[in-house]
Structures are given as C-alpha cells and as structure tokens.
Design a protein around this ligand. Structure first.
Ligand SMILES: Nc1ncnc2c1ncn2[C@@H]1O[C@H](COP(=O)(O)OP(=O)(O)OP(=O)(O)O)[C@@H](O)[C@H]1O
Ligand SMILES: [Mg+2]
Length: 254
C-alpha cells in the first residue's frame, strides 16, 4: 500500500532510494512493481456467432500506471466495450488475464471479482445501467451504502451537485434525459473515490458544454485524487486530454 501511495503522490519510496545504487534493471523492475495498477496480459475474447467462432479481441497486452489517464479509441465494433468489461472483471476472457493493483482478477470467482471491483474501481456503462426503481440520489447512494458509509446521503448529494444535477436528485431514471442519466452514472462511479475509474463513452450523450464539464471533472479527480482514468471514447478532444491513447482496430491494439 505504501508503495502504491508513493506512486500516486510521485514521492520516491524508501525502496526506490535504496535501489538507486543498484543496477538500472533492478530499478526498472521496482518501478514496474510500484506503479502499474492495470495490466492486460494476452487478453483474448472469442465467442460463437452463427455457429462460427468470432474473435473479438486478439492477444491484447498493455499496462497503465497508477494516476495515469488512458483513452481507448477505435471504430464501432472494434472491441472497446468488450475490452473495458474484461479490464474491470465484468466479463471473462477466453485466454489471458488482467491484474488490478497486482492481483490476478480471474483467479477469483464472480463474487470475488465483484468485491475486488467494489474496493478498487468505479465503472460507467455505455448504457448507464441505473436501477430504474431508485431515484438519482438513491442510485448514487447505493455503492456508498454497500460500503457501509454513514454519510452516504451527504456524499451522494455533493456528487450530484458536481455533475450539475442538484435539481434532479429525486427523479427516477425514466424521468431524466439521456445526458442526465449519464451524469448520474458518472456520479455513482466516482462517489466512492475509486483508485480506477473505467468509463465507456462518458460524454457520448452530452452536448459539447456539458461534455466538457464532465471531462474537467474526471481530469480533476485524476489530478487531485490520483484516480487512474481508463476511458473509451470517440471524442478526439477528450482523448487528447488523456496522457495516453490506445487504438483498437478489429480487436487488435494498433
Ligand atoms: N456476446 C457476443 N456475441 C457475439 N458478438 C459479440 C458479443 N459481444 C460483442 N460482440 C461483437 O464484438 C464486436 C465488438 O463489440 P464491442 O461492443 O466491444 O464494440 P465497441 O468497440 O465498443 O463498439 P461501439 O463503439 O459501437 O460501442 C462487435 O462486432 C459485437 O457485435
Ligand atoms: Mg462500445
């Protein structure tokens, strides 16, 4: 944990200082150990489609350091949502694996992955996936209540204020516009202050002005809290604001 904190803060760790007298190779290995928070290793997803095998992702390898921001780009159908779902352990790969904060997430069953995700990550779905019977406020309170937070209502109210929805907190999802539902989904994902925020086209349904406010909010989380951002987007402006871009074409990293 200490090493992860050093990586987030940019402070050199004791380990790093001690290693400075050793070989460059050892230092590089320690840096890797300290800073990588998401690692995809040989990720492949194959499904059956019309009786034929369909490879959606081919041997995807990359890593993301704690506190970094990565935009995943690619044409519709290139495998972006599939990749994001695998990185967060929402779906299982055909081969390969994902390490989150050094843990092989597919060494756990679904419940174990859900617990790990609850501890580390927030996820914004392309289709929002708000609970229809709960108001905007209750949707955002839910993950806090699952964590046993005593101040769930206050924190959820503040998160909704930050996405500009103070006037819509008591609305059910069906009485919110697409962009408003998207902002509730974003508030629900960041309210637990996750180490990693995964978001699938977080500005896809927003007008330019609201989209740019949401981009600023996510970058602010990245800067101020060291939240690692992994975003799928078609929005070139958003992609350029991220430190790194990963381009997918037909399930392969370009
Ligand atoms: N369970 C499945 N069975 C069959 N085909 C699938 C399945 N899941 C995804 N696909 C196909 O895999 C491809 C990649 O899907 P994915 O949703 O990852 O694309 P995407 O890059 O997110 O596209 P978009 O930009 O339109 O959201 C698509 O052609 C999709 O139809
Ligand atoms: Mg998609």
């Amino acid at each position: 944990m200490f090493f992860a904190e050093c990586a987030l803060s940019g402070r050199p760790s004791v380990l790093n200082e001690r290693q400075s007298a050793k070989t460059n190779k050892t230092i590089l290995e320690d840096k890797f150990f300290m800073a990588v928070i998401v690692q995809a290793e040989g990720l492949t997803k194959q499904v059956e489609s019309g009786g034929q095998p369909l490879i959606i992702l081919h041997e995807v390898n990359f890593s993301v350091e704690a506190g970094d921001s990565l935009a995943i780009l690619g044409a519709s159908g290139s495998g972006k949502s599939t990749l994001l779902g695998l990185l967060a352990g929402l779906d299982s790969p055909s081969s390969g694996t994902v390490y989150l904060d050094g843990t092989d997430i597919f060494s756990f069953d679904e419940d174990g992955r859900a617990r790990l995700r609850g501890r580390l990550a927030g996820f914004v779905f392309q289709s929002f996936q708000l609970l229809p019977a709960l108001t905007a406020l209750e949707n955002v309170m839910l993950p806090l209540e699952l964590h046993g937070a005593p101040d769930a209502r206050e924190r959820a109210t503040e998160a909704l204020r930050r996405v500009g929805l103070t006037q819509r907190m008591d609305h059910l999802p069906k009485h919110l516009s697409g962009g408003e539902q998207q902002r509730v989904a974003i508030a629900r994902a960041f309210v637990v202050q996750p180490k990693i925020l995964f978001a699938d086209e977080p500005t896809g349904n927003l007008d330019a002005a609201t989209g740019s406010q949401i981009i600023e909010l996510m970058l602010e989380l990245n800067r101020a809290q060291g939240t690692t951002l992994i975003l799928v987007t078609h929005d070139e402006a958003l992609a350029r604001r991220c430190n790194r871009q990963l381009h997918l074409a037909a399930g392969r990293v370009m």
